[in-house]
Design a protein around this ligand. Structure first.
Ligand SMILES: NCc1[nH]cc(CCC(=O)O)c1CC(=O)O
Ligand SMILES: [Mg+2]
Length: 331
C-alpha cells in the first residue's frame, strides 16, 4: 500500500530539474536512432522532397557524407531507399537484382566511407523498382502473389548483402519471406547479416510523402491492403511478430509509429525481443506542418515523440528527424 495525499505528493519529485533528471524512467540517446535516407542517381546531387520539408534525396557520393555525419553524431545505423530511374522500373522489378543498382552503389559508398562505424539497413520490397508501385509481383487481376514474390525478395536480399548491407529489413509483408531470406543468407555465406522484419506493417495513410520520395506514388494503382495489415487489428500483429521470430528475425518492427504505440508495448511485453518502430514520412510531415503553422514547437515535438517510442518499449526508432534529434541531444 502506498501513502495517500497529503503524505504523498507526486508533484514533489517534479519540482526541480535535478529531481526530474533523477526520476526519469526513459532516456533517449542518439544510439536509439536509425536515419532513413533516400538515394538518387548522379554525382553531387541533392534533391529536396517537397512533401518532406527538410528531407532530400542524395546521390551516392553525398550519401557517404551523410554517413560520416551520422557516425559523428552517434547515430548507429542508416536505412536506405532508392529513387530508381523511371526507365529501370519494370513489371517484375528486376532492377532490384542488379548488383550495380543505385542501392548497391550507395551501400558500397557508405561502407567505403565509414566501414564498420555505421550499420546499413536495407529495405527488401519491390516498390522502388516496379512500374506498378506494388511491393511484389502482380497477377493478371493485379493481386500481389505471395510465393513468387518471396523468391524474388530472396534474390534482392542476397544482392544487398553481397554489396555490404548489415541488416536486411523486409518491408513487403509477404508470408514466409523471413525464413526464405534467413536460409539464403546462411547458404550464401552471410551468417552475421541480421534481419529486422517489418513484422507489423499497417496499410496506412501516413506513407504518402515516402512514395513521393521513392517515386512510386504516381505509379501505384489501388492500395496495399491485401498484404499490409488492417489498422483495426492488434491481436493479428502479435501473430505476425510470432511468425517472423519463429522464421529467424533478429528484431521486429512496428510501422507506422505513434498511432501504433499500443502494438509496440504489446509486442515488447509478450516477446521480450528487440522492437523497433518507424516514425514514418506522414508523421514527420505532420510534425513539420504543425511547427510551421505555429501549432507546436518543433524541437519539443521531435524529442517528445521520440521519447514516447522509448517509453512504449522500443529499442530504437527509424526517424527522418534522426540527425536533428541527435544534435538536440547534444551529441
Ligand atoms: N515497402 C515500401 C515501404 N518501405 C517503407 C515505407 C514507408 C516509410 C515512410 O512512409 O516513411 C514503404 C511504403 C509503403 O509500404 O508503401
Ligand atoms: Mg508476416
Amino acid at each position: 500500500m502506498t501513502a495517500a495525499y497529503p503524505n504523498l505528493r507526486l508533484r514533489r519529485t517534479r519540482a526541480s530539474n535535478w529531481s526530474r533528471a533523477l526520476h526519469r524512467e526513459t532516456v533517449l540517446t542518439p544510439a536509439d536512432l536509425i536515419w532513413p535516407l533516400f538515394v538518387t542517381e548522379g554525382n553531387g546531387v541533392e534533391e529536396p522532397i517537397a512533401s518532406l520539408p527538410g528531407v532530400s534525396r542524395w546521390s551516392a557520393d553525398r550519401i557517404a557524407d551523410r554517413a560520416r555525419e551520422a557516425a559523428g553524431l552517434g547515430i548507429p545505423c542508416l536505412a536506405l531507399f532508392p529513387n530508381t530511374q523511371a526507365n529501370r522500373r519494370s513489371d517484375d522489378g528486376s532492377e532490384a537484382l542488379n548488383p550495380d543498382n543505385l542501392m548497391c552503389r550507395a551501400i558500397k559508398a557508405i561502407k567505403d566511407a565509414c566501414g564498420s562505424d555505421i550499420g546499413v539497413l536495407t529495405d527488401v520490397a519491390l516498390d522502388p523498382y516496379t512500374s506498378h508501385g506494388q511491393d511484389g509481383l502482380i497477377d493478371a487481376a493485379g493481386y500481389v502473389v505471395n510465393d513468387d514474390t518471396v523468391a524474388v525478395l530472396v534474390d534482392q536480399a542476397i544482392n544487398q548483402a553481397e554489396a555490404g548491407a548489415d541488416v536486411i529489413a523486409p518491408s513487403d509483408m509477404m508470408d514466409g519471406r523471413v525464413r526464405a531470406i534467413r536460409m539464403a543468407l546462411e547458404i550464401n555465406g552471410h551468417p552475421n547479416v541480421q534481419i529486422m522484419a517489418y513484422a507489423a506493417k499497417y496499410a496506412s495513410a501516413f506513407y504518402g510523402p515516402f512514395r513521393d520520395a521513392v517515386g512510386s506514388g504516381g505509379l501505384l494503382k489501388g492500395d496495399k491492403k491485401s498484404y499490409q495489415m488492417d489498422p483495426a487489428n492488434g491481436d493479428e500483429a502479435l501473430r505476425e511478430v510470432a511468425l517472423d521470430l519463429a522464421e529467424g528475425a533478429d528484431s521486429v518492427m512496428v510501422k507506422p509509429g505513434l498511432p501504433y504505440l499500443d502494438i509496440v508495448r504489446r509486442v515488447r511485453d509478450r516477446f521480450e525481443v528487440p522492437v523497433f518502430a518507424y516514425q514514418v514520412s506522414g508523421e514527420y510531415a505532420m510534425i513539420e506542418a504543425a511547427a510551421a503553422a505555429g501549432a507546436g514547437e518543433r524541437d519539443a515535438l521531435v524529442l517528445e515523440t521520440l521519447t514516447a517510442f522509448k517509453r512504449a518499449g522500443c529499442s530504437g526508432v527509424l526517424t527522418y528527424h534522426a540527425a536533428h534529434a541527435a544534435r538536440l541531444l547534444g551529441a
